[in-house]
Structure formats: structure tokens, C-alpha cells
Design a protein around this ligand. Structure first.
Ligand SMILES: [Zn+2]
Ligand SMILES: [Zn+2]
Length: 277
């Protein structure tokens, strides 16, 4: 596992959850960004994620009041956490509902706050969670772990934990959906006469037969050597793109042989021409 970062997210994350649910507010959702390798994405992996979550304070059980005492019902809102303001303007009667400012919506007042949590009722505690990442995930894949986020201090459901997957770039493989693209270079003699080469795949190496007269840019397909499909049915392919390389440096002998070959082909090369002759 590479890195992990946390941030708190509100209902607006991922475009919202379709309006506010009724009942006490849920705990906050958490987001964890996990970086995995392409091999891990291909096989699936279980990540052990340290999640610092808000939990109920163990000293006071979440009440926020010192042991032996208990929170009092707020006299301003009678424990409802909300107050109504009624305004009459002419014939209209407007009811405005606001969060109680005295208890800040909790409905209770704490005279003797718990020393551990200073009256908040919550502590942040790290906990290890096993997160099973299925085989075939791609960059940006999101996993939702229900109720693994922050606890709700108002008695609602805990928030959810979102794990967002990032797949590290791999120098050997380029991904195209379920397919994997790999580039190899062969020499001109290999391309002209044919050869057999070893190519890396996501699960080891495979033997690839290059037939004679293979053109530059030819793509060979290694069936089923790509990424597994997320739904569990089948796999993509590995596409091997063959490039014919031109050597950077030639020995004198190699140069002579290529010149001879060029003559045989009737090719005009700059080597043949002499600048002054
Ligand atoms: Zn406490
Ligand atoms: Zn109140």
C-alpha cells in the first residue's frame, strides 16, 4: 500500500444522497484514498486500512457528562433541539424552525462535562479495517463500506466509509479498459525472418511467435492475458504492439553488411554517396 489520506466529507460528496434522510442526523462519511499496483488490481487485494474514526467516548458513553452526572434536558427547546419562531404578517402566519442556540441542537445541557471528551461525547480513535478490493478495479473505483464512518452523536446511523482506488502507473503496461497494451521492439532481421520472444504479462511471461515479414506497428493479441472483468466474467486481452527498431550505433561490420543488403535491395542510401566524389 502506497499512501492513505483522510478527509471528512459531507452529504455533497459524490453528488449527494438524494436529500436529507429523516430522523437523527447520520455520522459523517469518510473518504480514504488507496493506491494499489496494477498487479494488485488484477488479482484483487485486501488492504488493511487505519481509519481514524469518531467514536462514542468510552468514559461517558457518548453523553458528554461526567461520570455520575447526566445531561439535563434543555429548557429552551424542551429537548427537541429546535425552536419555532412564529411570525404573523397580516393574514399569513410563518413558522420558522431553527436549531436551538442554547444546546446547539442536542436537546441537552451538560453542567459537568466529561473530562475525556470535554463534553463532546466523542473521541477519535484509529481502527484497522480490512478492505477487500475486487479483481479488475480501475483508477477512480469507489467502494462504499456502510456505517464504517464516524459515529453519530445524535443517535443516528454511523456515516459510511468510501475507499477510492488509485492504480499506480506501470512502466510495462498501459491499460485500456480490460485490455492491456504492451510495447516491444524487435530488430529488422527479427521482423523480416520471424522469431519468438518472451513478453511480460500481468501474471508472468508469455511466449510470443513473431511470423516472418512482420510489419512495424503490428499488434498481436494474447487472449485472456488482460485484466479480469469486474463482474467476474472473463478477462480482457494483452495487446502486444511490435515496433521495429533502428540501431543507434553500428559496428563497422554491421555497417558493411547493411550496405550490402541495401545494394541487394537496390536501395539508395546516404552511405553509398560520397560527398566529394
Ligand atoms: Zn466523554
Ligand atoms: Zn435546546
Amino acid at each position: 500500500m502506497g499512501f492513505g489520506g483522510f478527509e471528512s466529507i459531507f452529504d455533497t460528496f459524490f453528488g449527494g444522497f438524494g436529500g436529507r434522510a429523516r430522523g437523527p442526523p447520520r455520522g459523517q462519511d469518510l473518504r480514504f484514498d488507496a493506491e494499489i499496483t496494477l498487479e494488485q488490481a488484477a488479482k484483487g487485494v485486501t488492504l488493511q486500512v487505519e481509519v481514524p474514526r469518531t467514536r462514542l467516548c468510552e468514559t461517558c458513553g457518548g453523553s458528554g457528562a461526567q461520570r455520575g452526572t447526566s445531561p439535563k434536558t434543555c429548557s429552551t427547546c424542551q429537548g427537541r433541539g429546535q425552536v419555532q419562531h412564529i411570525q404573523s404578517t397580516g393574514f399569513a402566519r410563518m413558522v420558522r424552525i431553527e436549531t436551538c442556540s442554547k444546546c446547539r441542537g442536542r436537546g441537552t445541557i451538560i453542567d459537568n462535562p466529561c473530562k475525556t471528551c470535554r463534553g463532546s461525547g466523542a473521541t477519535t480513535k484509529s481502527g484497522r479495517i480490512d478492505v477487500r478490493i475486487p479483481a479488475g478495479v480501475d483508477e477512480g473505483y469507489r467502494l462504499r463500506l456502510r456505517e464504517q464512518g464516524d459515529v453519530s452523536l445524535e443517535g443516528g446511523r454511523p456515516g459510511d466509509l468510501y475507499v477510492v482506488i488509485h492504480v499506480k502507473p506501470n512502466p510495462e503496461f498501459e491499460r485500456d479498459g480490460d485490455d492491456i497494451i504492451h510495447r516491444v521492439e524487435i530488430t529488422f532481421p527479427q521482423a523480416a525472418l520471424g522469431t519468438e520472444i518472451d513478453v511480460p504479462t500481468i501474471e508472468g511471461t508469455a511466449r510470443l511467435k513473431i511470423p516472418p515479414a512482420t510489419q512495424n506497428g503490428t499488434i498481436f493479441k494474447l487472449k485472456g492475458k488482460g485484466m479480469p472483468r469486474l463482474d467476474g466474467y472473463g478477462r480482457g486481452d494483452e495487446l502486444v504492439r511490435v515496433g521495429v527498431k533502428v540501431p543507434n550505433k553500428l559496428t563497422t561490420k554491421q555497417k558493411q553488411l547493411i550496405q550490402e543488403l541495401a545494394k541487394e535491395f537496390g536501395d539508395n542510401t546516404s552511405e553509398k554517396k560520397s560527398f566529394f566524389g
